[in-house]
Design a protein around this ligand. Structure first.
Ligand SMILES: Cc1cc2nc3c(=O)[nH]c(=O)nc-3n(C[C@H](O)[C@H](O)[C@H](O)COP(=O)(O)OP(=O)(O)OC[C@H]3O[C@@H](n4cnc5c(N)ncnc54)[C@H](O)[C@@H]3O)c2cc1C
Length: 412
């Protein structure tokens, strides 16, 4: 951390011009008659290294020290719609319990909404120590200002060391706002989480287009905030008897002021979500024509599963974008996933490697997909898949001529 200081006494017209032209972000400019660095500065420090000697100086600033001992516990944000809890919450509770056990921390939930007591009680079956609820009419619908205000109140009073938020539409909106309010770090879309003895959360996620797995820590501020996509972590199993307690929090409701007024809520038609499928057949570039996609559709159908694709298949317009698996698509965790002609690029496997069983078919024995697959067949999908379909049909007693499964109407 640091800042750039311009020694104005060394600046003349020629030097100013050089510096203005040197900055790749156009961040050096004249302001009120002085040379200035604007908010577009990316701290690349090219002006210090390549600019006229000594005119711009980089001053290192010591990071403020945080009293880590003042923060304790791992809090999970309860993602919900009208009190119906999103299953990512149970996955995050599972992870929170695992991390908390390593540093002897309690596990909390923070639940914001209206008339949510009954839903909150369900959480006590998942082994959390305390569920903090903010039950206010102003929190009935997700609105960013009141939700942030309640979250802020919770952090100020409870001081959790770590906050885990589901990377849902609401979570992706709320977590950065809360992080900014506390000037703390937020790591989005973590794929793995661990904890150091000193309570620093190790947040692991793909970076630089998925080519490296970055380990990110937030050593100088608290709380530490991470978002995790649905189906990345394993959900904890509920117990019969509830444990822990519900704490109903109260706060100054004037803080719920919002510029957003919810006039009407229109429910979206429920749509198919591949993340919920237990069996998925995924088509990759090994499939040569759009017509041949029937291989994937038919295999999915005989298995009673769903079908999906890699990004190139979506880009080719052969499959709907909602069915793309991977870093820039959906994350899935089915019982069985079968990949057809897929190389196994990290950007793809990042979205499916937690599946219970991965079964890959690829003609290249060196294909990376075989490093994550539990079972594999080296061979041509055009020979193997029809046989597979036939055998499954035989086993299921569906013997006879193999009817060609038609592509869904939307894909024709
Ligand atoms: C920032 C970023 C994000 C990305 N996000 C995603 C993402 O979310 N999802 C995603 O999928 N990709 C993503 N990608 C693209 C990714 O890097 C790969 O390019 C892509 O996954 C490759 O798809 P594929 O395996 O279908 O094709 P290919 O890599 O071309 O592999 C085709 C495979 O088919 C095999 N094959 C060919 N013919 C046959 C046959 N007849 N029988 C059997 N095997 C055969 C080949 O041996 C080969 O291994 C992303 C890339 C970037 C840079």
């Amino acid at each position: 951390m640091g800042k750039l200081l311009i020694h104005q006494n060394l600046v003349n017209e020629e030097i100013a011009e050089k510096l203005i032209n040197l900055c790749p972000f156009g961040s050096i400019e004249y302001k009120d008659g002085n040379l200035d660095i604007n908010a577009g500065c990316k701290m690349c420090r090219l002006c210090v290294k390549k600019g006229p000697n000594g005119v711009i100086e980089y001053i290192e600033e010591e990071a403020p020290k945080v009293n880590k001992k003042a923060y304790k516990g791992i809090a999970v944000y309860v993602d919900h719609s009208e009190g119906k809890i999103h299953p990512v919450t149970y996955e995050l509770i599972g992870k929170a319990k695992e991390l908390a056990a390593k540093v002897c921390y309690p596990v909390y939930c923070i639940f914001l909404g209206y008339q949510i007591l009954e839903s909150a009680e369900k959480l006590l079956h998942y082994g959390v120590d305390k569920v903090f609820i903010y039950d206010y009419r102003e929190l009935e619908h997700f609105r960013i200002e009141p939700y942030t205000a309640a979250f802020e109140d919770f952090i100020n009073n409870i001081k959790p060391s770590i906050i885990l938020v589901g990377a849902t539409t609401i979570g992706r909106s709320l977590a950065p706002r809360v992080a900014a309010r506390f000037r703390t770090g937020l790591t989005a879309d973590c794929t793995r989480l661990d904890i150091k003895e000193n309570s620093d959360l190790i947040q692991i996620r793909p970076a630089f287009g998925g080519n490296i797995m970055a380990q990110i820590i937030t050593p100088n501020s608290r709380p530490q905030i991470a978002t995790v996509r649905y189906k990345i972590m394993s959900a904890t199993t509920p117990t019969k008897d509830p444990e822990g307690e519900i704490i109903v929090c109260s706060m100054d409701t004037s803080k719920f002021e919002s510029d957003v007024n919810v006039i009407k809520v229109t429910k979206k038609e429920p749509e198919e979500n591949i993340s919920e499928s237990e069996i998925i057949v995924v088509a990759g570039r090994g499939i040569k024509t759009k017509k041949d996609m029937s291989l994937a559709y038919e295999l999915a159908e005989v298995l009673g599963g769903n079908f999906a694709g890699t990004r190139p298949m979506v880009e080719a317009g052969w499959i709907d974008a909602k069915k793309q698996i991977g870093l820039s698509g959906r994350t899935v965790k089915p019982k069985l996933i079968i990949t057809l002609g897929i190389s196994g690029a990290v950007q793809f496997t990042a979205g499916m490697q937690s599946a219970d069983y991965i079964f890959a078919i690829n003609k290249d024995p060196k294909a990376a997909i075989f490093t994550v697959a539990h079972y594999g067949i080296i061979g041509d999908i055009y020979e193997i898949v029809p046989k597979l379909i036939k055998n499954i049909k035989n086993a299921k007693g569906l013997i006879g001529e193999i009817p060609k499964y038609m592509a869904p109407a939307s894909m024709n």
